[in-house]
Ligand binder design. Structure first.
Ligand code: SF4
Ligand code: SF4
Length: 159
């Protein structure tokens, strides 16, 4: 699941490789992992669906991602949320992974999609409930600035 990294891998400015990958490259990377037989692609647009389907028609070279890795671009996952929820427990009962995922999804779009807005506001606790206590941050293995993300979520999902 999540071969496109919520769309972050498709843009140079958000990809940890500093280079935009294609949808077929992302799929191929997952299929090349040991034991992976099926990749479930979450698409944002019809174009991404078409690109995912195209994976089947491309030759090995066209879906290879090796040159991106071989370029030696520094890979940094620091500060990027992996939605793992290792930052729990939160005294305000925020589902930090879910809030951050909705924030990242919304940030990929020009305007916040209605579905994302709806999912965000259906959470039992939102960024509005964050106490800004910072207790979660030392628990995050990826050094995510969670309080900053909660501030961004408040702004992003303002009604
Ligand atoms: S903030 Fe850190 S620990 Fe929490 S979900 Fe994101 S990556 Fe995982
Ligand atoms: S800073 Fe916010 S999200 Fe983190 S533990 Fe405190 S209340 Fe929860």
């Amino acid at each position: 699941m999540k071969p496109l990294g919520a769309g972050t891998l498709l843009k140079a400015e958000t990809s940890p490789f500093g280079v935009a990958m294609t949808v077929p490259q992302c799929i191929q990377y997952c299929l090349d992992r040991n034991g992976v037989k099926v990749v479930i692609v979450g698409c944002h647009s019809p174009q991404e669906v078409l690109e995912a389907v195209k994976h089947q028609q491309l030759d090995e070279k066209e879906k290879s991602y090796a040159h991106i890795f071989a370029a030696g671009t520094a890979i940094s996952m620091t500060g990027k949320c992996m939605y793992c929820n290792h930052c729990q427990p939160c005294p305000a009962h925020l589902d930090i992974a879910a809030i951050t995922k909705f924030l990242d999804l919304a940030a990929q779009q020009e305007t916040v999609p209605d579905t994302v807005m709806e999912h965000y506001w259906s959470l039992s606790a939102t960024a509005e409930d964050c106490l800004m206590c910072g207790r979660c941050e030392p628990n995050c293995p990826f050094g995510v600035n969670i309080r900053e993300n909660m501030k961004k979520a408040r702004e992003m999902f303002k009604r």
